[in-house]
Ligand binder design. Structure first.
Ligand SMILES: [Zn+2]
Length: 259
């Protein structure tokens, strides 16, 4: 079900990891960001768009992880934008998913995974026929990650950052993951005054961007300090990711000790 989170911005949440697909309304149709995770998600989203009489004008993938680069033929053969490095990584790094489907994205048309159109370097505004959408490219979480700011609506589509349920998930293969993440939070903080609603890739949309920025900065700081993290997203009674989030945190701690 699509829910309006701000004027002209709708979100559909999947049961899989509370993944959010975002629909931004334009004059003649819609922009579709990170559309969904399973075949059922994608079909239901296409049904919802049909019901609203919306055709898809363009897509956007925030980063080259499989759960953000899916597509369905019912959305049409339209440009699916991403940063240049994201598009290159998705083309090569996710080829195995197109050629040898595994357990990920059950029911989704995997031949369409990661076929993205690279934006020219240093693109500031998304080239589409709709309200101004600013592209904020950075290196946190994954190489060539980008957030989108829907300026008039004041919506920050954060990709896999600023989640109320996930700790910051670092790109542990990067040379300096904590520095990358801190710099990316600073970039997002630089637009925070314009943000009324933040939509994370996983978790709940919220009106608390300042608190989320502070929580993520506190988490990063805890990695270079002795003692356990008191981040509530890691609490034993947290309802999300209890089977993998603590391990991700341990990986971060080990990486911080090594560096
Ligand atoms: Zn991700």
């Amino acid at each position: 079900m699509l829910t309006e989170v701000a004027d002209g911005v709708l979100v559909r949440q999947s049961a899989f990891c509370l993944s959010n697909a975002v629909v931004v309304l334009g004059g003649e149709g819609a922009l579709l960001v990170d559309p969904g995770v399973t075949g059922a998600d994608l079909v239901e989203l296409a049904d919802d768009l049909d019901r609203l009489g919306l055709r898809v004008l363009a897509g956007f993938a925030t980063h080259p992880h499989w759960d953000h680069v899916l597509w369905h033929e019912r959305f049409g053969d339209v440009p699916r934008y991403a940063t240049a490095a994201c598009a290159a990584y998705a083309r090569d790094g996710l080829a195995h998913l197109r050629e040898q489907p595994g357990a990920d994205a059950p029911g989704a048309p995997l031949d369409l995974v990661g076929l993205l159109k690279p934006l020219p370097p240093h693109t500031i505004r998304l080239p589409w026929d709709g309200p101004d959408v600013r592209v904020l490219e950075h290196r946190a979480h994954a190489p060539s990650h980008a957030a989108l700011l829907v300026e008039d609506a004041g919506v920050l589509i954060a990709g896999d950052m600023l989640s109320d349920v996930e700790i910051p998930l670092l790109d542990v293969d990067a040379e300096d993951p904590i520095h990358d993440y801190s710099a990316s939070l600073a970039l997002l903080r630089s637009v925070a005054a314009q943000v009324r609603v933040v939509v994370p890739g996983h978790g709940n949309p919220g009106r608390d961007v300042a608190a989320r920025l502070a929580a993520d900065r506190a988490y990063l700081a805890s990695l270079t300090r002795e003692g356990p993290s008191d981040d509530p997203r890691l609490a034993p009674d947290a309802a999300y990711g209890t089977d993998w989030l603590p391990q991700a945190h341990l990986d971060h701690v080990r990486m911080a000790i090594r560096s």
